[in-house]
Design a protein around this ligand. Structure first.
Ligand code: HEC
Length: 215
């Protein structure tokens, strides 16, 4: 085999391999997906508390995002965003900004609702926003994830107008109202955080006295 043949071989391989790889990816909702879901469900049964099973049920947003691998066509995404926006509820007194000190505590709490086999949380264990898992917020907390953008100086940069306060509240309550298939959890939707708790986290982001904006 001379150099020309070898090069030709490489070119053919480069052209054919993506096509083969494409074939190996199954269309959403196909047999492999169904088998995988069944296996997943079966592994949750037996002695586990019943409420764990409900965590496997997907609503329309989750199903649609899964179907489109988190990248739905614009029209479909807009429909999901509207659907999620319609779920947002406000505190009875209508005040969307609370106490940043409470918000600071809630943002840092990462417990509550863990299911699994090693150390599940007992029902009723205190739960919070776990915001640092994905965002930088107050400078003094050094351990934070970077899946989401830095929120350090959020209020300092965006200001504290009513629009920004409402945006922060709505975003925390139901993030998918703004970005159909975002990775950010929907904290208000299933009452993971109460509307009042969300107002405290809003204050943590926006209040000029909060360490998010001070340091
Ligand atoms: C699992 C990761 C994750 C967690 C936990 C999370 N977020 Fe996010 N967040 C994201 C991602 C990803 C984005 C960017 C995409 C988007 O806007 O949806 C985002 C965006 C945001 C934005 C919009 C930023 C902007 O520039 O407009 C705000 C505000 C926000 N998050 C606040 C919070 C707060 C407060 C908490 C805790 C209660 C939190 N997030 C928890 C992943 C997360």
């Amino acid at each position: 085999m001379n150099l020309k043949h070898a090069l030709f071989g490489v070119l053919v391989a480069a052209a054919v391999m993506p096509a083969l790889a494409q074939k190996a990816v199954e269309a959403p909702g196909g047999k492999f997906a169904k088998d995988a879901e069944q296996m997943f469900r079966a592994s949750f049964k037996a002695e586990n508390p019943k409420y764990w099973m409900t965590r496997l049920d997907q609503d329309e947003t989750m199903k649609t995002c899964q179907q489109y691998r988190d990248n739905p066509p614009r029209k479909v995404g807009e429909k999901l965003e509207k659907l999620n926006a319609a779920t947002i509820r406000y505190p009875v007194d209508g005040k969307l900004i609370g106490d940043w000190k409470e918000g600071e505590k809630l943002a840092a709490v990462g417990t509550g609702g863990h299911i699994g086999f090693i150390q599940p949380d007992p029902p009723g264990r205190v739960r919070g926003g776990n915001c640092y898992a994905c965002h930088e917020l107050a400078k003094k907390e050094l351990a934070y994830g970077t899946i989401g953008p830095s929120l350090h100086h959020f209020g300092k940069v965006r200001g504290n107008s009513e629009d920004i306060i409402k945006y922060a509240y709505d975003k925390i309550y139901n993030s998918n109202a703004f970005s159909a298939c975002t990775n950010m959890p929907r904290f208000g939707l299933h009452n993971w955080l109460t509307p009042e708790q969300i107002t405290h986290i809003v204050a943590f982001l926006i209040d000029p006295e909060s360490p998010v904006n001070k340091d």
